[in-house]
Design a protein around this ligand. Structure first.
Ligand code: FAD
Length: 280
């Protein structure tokens, strides 16, 4: 038997175990590997949207304390790095990906597109890496098959570059010959403004954010939503919200939409289209 995955536990880190919140367990043997999937109360919204084995994390007994390669972050770069490791013929069990997200790497751009407005909306495993770039779809079982270890739902709280080691939120240490930092970016939270902690404010970066935003838009049909930011993501979310029957007001400090890419002339064409669709 190869790797065993345990998912969705509210505890994090290498000592992650299934907690009393775990509701059920599934087992499936694929190429000699066994998954154990659990849905938890704490992540019920996330887990209810797809097969529970998709957010598998590795059980403590199979973790190693040292890897030739550790990737911190489990987003687009990590997914394509995994693909490249395999293409380069890196030995099995020599790569570990540690991700704060509870799902295996996926094509993040989908979150502001078919994830919101398609009918039915795109959901994992439909857009795992590397649907966008071509090649095999890297669903969780792909990582098992290729011998790439995924430690999900686990935040790295410290990176010691000198000793080439990381510490997880659970306090476990893992060392590596090579560290790849692929932690991406986070949305600006506007915490400098009063009211930024009120309910009903959403940002969009991760899969779980997307699920929350989708639910909120669905629940607010006919009501008004303010989309703050007039870049790609603001434009896409504004369009998706309008398609979902929400009244949209877009707010941005610049003269026109997409100021970093569009000239005023190009932007005005888009702004006309948006206005015709009822977006202010
Ligand atoms: C809604 C949306 C739509 C987009 N659309 C497009 C598009 O159409 N075209 C385009 O070219 N680009 C688009 N982008 C940008 C594109 O997704 C990013 O450029 C890309 O995701 C960057 O990849 P990355 O791996 O560097 O970071 P990310 O994909 O953000 O991955 C970072 C990962 O690291 C994890 N992480 C962060 N900190 C820690 C930590 N301390 N410990 C463990 N894990 C951690 C995060 O949870 C995340 O999983 C879009 C982005 C968003 C959010």
């Amino acid at each position: 038997m190869g790797l065993t995955f345990v998912n969705g536990s509210s505890s994090v880190g290498l000592n992650a175990t299934v907690t009393s919140k775990s509701l059920r367990c599934i087992s499936k043997s694929t190429n000699g590997f066994v998954y154990h999937g659990y849905s938890t109360v704490s992540k019920s919204r996330l887990n209810s949207s797809f097969d529970s084995k998709l957010n598998a994390t590795m059980s403590s007994d199979l973790m190693k304390s040292h890897y030739p390669y550790v990737v911190v972050g489990g987003g687009v770069a990590a997914g394509y790095a995994a693909k490249e490791f395999v293409a380069q013929g890196v030995e099995k069990d020599s790569v570990l990906i540690v991700s704060k997200e509870a799902v295996a790497p996926y094509e993040r751009p989908a979150l502001s597109k078919a994830f919101l407005f398609a009918d039915p909306p795109a959901r994992l495993p439909g857009f795992h890496t590397s649907v966008g770039g071509g090649g095999e779809r890297q669903a969780p079982e792909w990582y098992v098959e290729k011998g790439i270890h995924l430690l999900l739902d686990t935040e790295v709280s410290a990176v010691d570059v000198a000793s080439k080691s990381i510490t997880t939120g659970g306090g476990s240490k893992i060392s590596a010959d090579n560290l790849i930092l692929a932690t991406g970016a986070s949305p600006v939270q506007l915490t400098m403004l009063p009211g930024s902690d009120l309910e009903g404010i959403y940002t969009l970066r991760e899969y779980a954010d997307g699920l929350e935003l989708y639910d909120a838009l669905k629940a607010n049909e006919g009501k008004t939503v303010a989309v703050i930011g007039g870049g790609y993501i603001g434009m896409e979310v504004g369009a998706a919200a309008a398609l979902m029957g929400v009244k949209v007001k877009m707010i941005f400090p610049e003269e026109h939409m997409m100021p970093r890419l569009f000239t005023a002339g190009i932007a005005s064409k888009y702004e006309d289209v948006y206005r015709k669709k009822g977006i202010e």
